[in-house]
Design a protein around this ligand. Structure first.
Ligand code: ADP
Length: 301
C-alpha cells in the first residue's frame, strides 16, 4: 500500500483478540479499517463483542493480541497519544453527579486541553446542538436517563476530535431525543469527522452510516455499504401476506429473487392482503449471520 492510500485510513485493526480473565473470548480475530470521513456502524446482537471491540479502540481495554492504529499511531504502544484524536463517550460511572451540566462540560473541555474561553464557547455550542441549554444549570444527577445520554455524547464532542467512537449512542433515548442526536451526528459526519459506532437499531445504522459491519461471535463476518450487503443475498424482495380465509394477525413471510416472481406468486395464490418491499437490513443481517439481531450471541461458535 502506498503512502497516500495509507494516509486516508483513520483506524486500522488487525487480528484483534481479547480474552477476559474468566476465559470468555470476546473478540476473536477482528480485521477492520475505517477511512477518514467514513461513518461505520458496528451492528450485532447482544454479546456479539461490540463493546469489547470499541473499548479496545478507545484504549480502555488492552487487547490480548493484535494491532490497532489510530491515524497511523500504534494505539497499544502509545494509548495517550492515540486518545488525543478521539472523542469517546465515558462510562456512566465516570460522570460527576453534583456538577451542573455546564460545569461538567467545561471541566471535561479543560481536561481535553481547551483553555477557559474555548471550553466555555464549545460548551455553549454543544448544549445548543443537543437541545440541553435549558438544563445547563441542573445538576447531572437530576437529569433523566435520556438527558444523561446526551451529556455523554456532548463530552465526546468537546475539542472537536477527528474521530468519534460511540458505543450505542442512542440506547435509552426516546424517539425525539434519538432524532436530535441523529441530526447532530449527521452534521458531524458531513463535516468530515470519522465515526465508528455500535448499535442494535437497524434504522440508526441505515440513517447514520456510510458502511455497516456485522459482528458475530467476536468477529466481523461481513462489511459493506447497505447496497453491497444487499447484493450479497439472492432474495431481493420480501412479501408479507395473509391467505384469504385466514383470520390471524401475523402475516406469512416469503422471499423472492425478483419482483416478477413475487407478483406471480401473489396472482397464483389469489392473495389480496399483502405488502411487498425490498429486503430490509434486518433480512440481510439474518441471511448473512444466520440469526436474528434480537438473538443473544452468547453461544460458542
Ligand atoms: P456486545 O457489546 O455486543 O453486547 P460485549 O463485548 O459486551 O458484547 O460482550 C462480548 C462477550 O464478552 C459476551 O459473551 C460477554 O458476556 C462477555 N464479556 C463482556 N464483558 C466482560 C467482562 N468484563 N468479563 C467477562 N466477560 C465479559
Amino acid at each position: 500500500m502506498n503512502f497516500s492510500t495509507e494516509n486516508k485510513i483513520a483506524v486500522r485493526v488487525s487480528q484483534l483478540f481479547k480474552s477476559y480473565k474468566n476465559g470468555t473470548q470476546a473478540t476473536r480475530g477482528i480485521d477492520f479499517a475505517a477511512r477518514r470521513g467514513e461513518s461505520v456502524a458496528i451492528l450485532g446482537a447482544n454479546g456479539a463483542g461490540k463493546t469489547t471491540f470499541l473499548r479496545q479502540l478507545t484504549t480502555e481495554l488492552k487487547p490480548t493480541s493484535g494491532a490497532i492504529e489510530i491515524f497511523g499511531i500504534d494505539a497499544i504502544a502509545n494509548p495517550n497519544k492515540a486518545k488525543l484524536s478521539m472523542g469517546v463517550t465515558p462510562q456512566e460511572a465516570g460522570v460527576f453527579e453534583t456538577l451542573t451540566v455546564r460545569e461538567h462540560l467545561e471541566l471535561f473541555g479543560k481536561l481535553k486541553g481547551l483553555n477557559k474561553s474555548q471550553a466555555r464557547t464549545e460548551t455553549g455550542e454543544i448544549l445548543n446542538d443537543l437541545e440541553l441549554t435549558e438544563n445547563a444549570k441542573k445538576q447531572v444527577g437530576e437529569l433523566s436517563g435520556g438527558q444523561r445520554r446526551r451529556i455523554l455524547i456532548g463530552l465526546a464532542l468537546l475539542g472537536k476530535p477527528p474521530l468519534l467512537i460511540l458505543d450505542e449512542p442512542t440506547t435509552g433515548l426516546d424517539p425525539n431525543a434519538r432524532r436530535t442526536v441523529w441530526l447532530l451526528l449527521k452534521q458531524i459526519i458531513a463535516s468530515g469527522v470519522t465515526v465508528i459506532f455500535s448499535t442494535h437499531y437497524l434504522e440508526e445504522a441505515e440513517q447514520l452510516s456510510s458502511r455497516i459491519a456485522f459482528i458475530d461471535g467476536g468477529k466481523i463476518v461481513k462489511s459493506g455499504t447497505l447496497e453491497e450487503l444487499r447484493a450479497t443475498i439472492p432474495n431481493k424482495y420480501r412479501l408479507n401476506y395473509l391467505n384469504g380465509n385466514e383470520r390471524i394477525a401475523l402475516p406469512h413471510i416469503k422471499f423472492f429473487a425478483d419482483f416478477a416472481a413475487a407478483q406471480q406468486f401473489i396472482y397464483a395464490k389469489k392473495i389480496s392482503e399483502y405488502q411487498l418491499a425490498t429486503t430490509s437490513l434486518e433480512d440481510v443481517y439474518f441471511s448473512i449471520v444466520g440469526k436474528s439481531l434480537s438473538d443473544t450471541g452468547e453461544s460458542e461458535k
